[in-house]
Design a protein around this ligand. Structure first.
Ligand code: NI
Length: 256
């Protein structure tokens, strides 16, 4: 069985065939998925998916790209209400993104801290998005004692040295389609170094489809390619990769 720890099935890329695709997952060995919200609107859509499909769990939070124009206190209260629903797996996705937005770093950091606080208050793990913001993400994570909160560095894209810092805190590394890319030397090094017990599989679909489907719309059905590449790097079987990462995801999200 495969656990896809990070999906966006509320995305409009799935409007044409969402129902058909989702219903096909269990018979294709995808046992569970966590739909990560990223905007105010996607909180509601995520909850609807968790209510409709028993294998879909939800993460609730505001992505750093989408905080502009939102009132922080009011929005955190809204996120808190969504987290109080059944089948909540995590607060997320939250974090820092200096690739798209460099002009509001302090505002991003404030939202990151507030949502980490919320996760601590609710005793939920977090899903962290971090792009071109390695230093600040690590600094804030340490200051906020991320290790006590728990969670995953989603779509991990930094060096092995930075990976070690998160592994020491007990944080999981989310590995997806990028690991199959020829130029993903750094991520392959990270996967070789990190213990399998601290890795989880994720698609971030509809984005980041693995080779041989790179560039196409991604879905959880592509995760076997990711598992195969991790298996090759670690010289174990793809079955073992799927089994261990499934257990890791269950433990990380506190699911039975
Ligand atoms: Ni995502």
């Amino acid at each position: 069985m495969i656990f896809d720890t990070h999906v966006h099935y509320d995305d409009e890329a799935f409007d044409a065939d969402r129902e058909e695709l989702l219903l096909s997952l269990p018979r294709n060995s995808v046992g569970r998925v966590v739909n990560a919200s990223s905007t105010l609107e996607s909180l509601e859509k995520t909850r609807a998916l968790t209510e409709k499909y028993d294998f879909v769990y939800g993460a609730y939070g505001i992505h750093p790209e989408n905080i502009k124009g939102l009132e922080i206190e009011e929005t955190i209260d809204t996120v808190r209400r969504f987290c109080d629903t059944e089948k909540t797996a995590a607060v997320g996705e939250i974090g820092l993104d200096y690739y798209w937005d460099k002009d509001n770093k302090q505002q991003q950091i404030e939202w990151f801290r507030r949502q980490l606080d919320l996760a601590r208050e609710l005793r939920l793990p977090v899903i962290i998005h971090s792009r071109d913001a390695a230093e600040d993400t690590l600094r804030v994570s340490k200051e906020e004692k991320l290790g006590e909160i728990g969670g995953v560095m989603h779509c991990f894209s930094y060096s092995a040295e930075i990976a070690r810092e998160y592994l020491k805190m007990g944080i999981y590394l989310g590995i997806g389609g990028v690991i199959t890319f020829k130029n993903a030397k750094k991520l392959k090094e990270v996967a070789a170094m990190a213990p399998l017990e601290q890795m989880v599989l994720e698609t971030d679909c509809p984005y980041l489809a693995p080779v041989p489907n790179r560039g196409k719309r991604n879905s959880s059905l592509n995760l076997p390619y990711v598992a195969e590449e991790i298996a090759r790097i670690k010289n174990i079987s793809p079955e073992e990769v799927c089994r261990v990462t499934y257990e890791n995801a269950q433990r990380m999200y506190g699911l039975a």
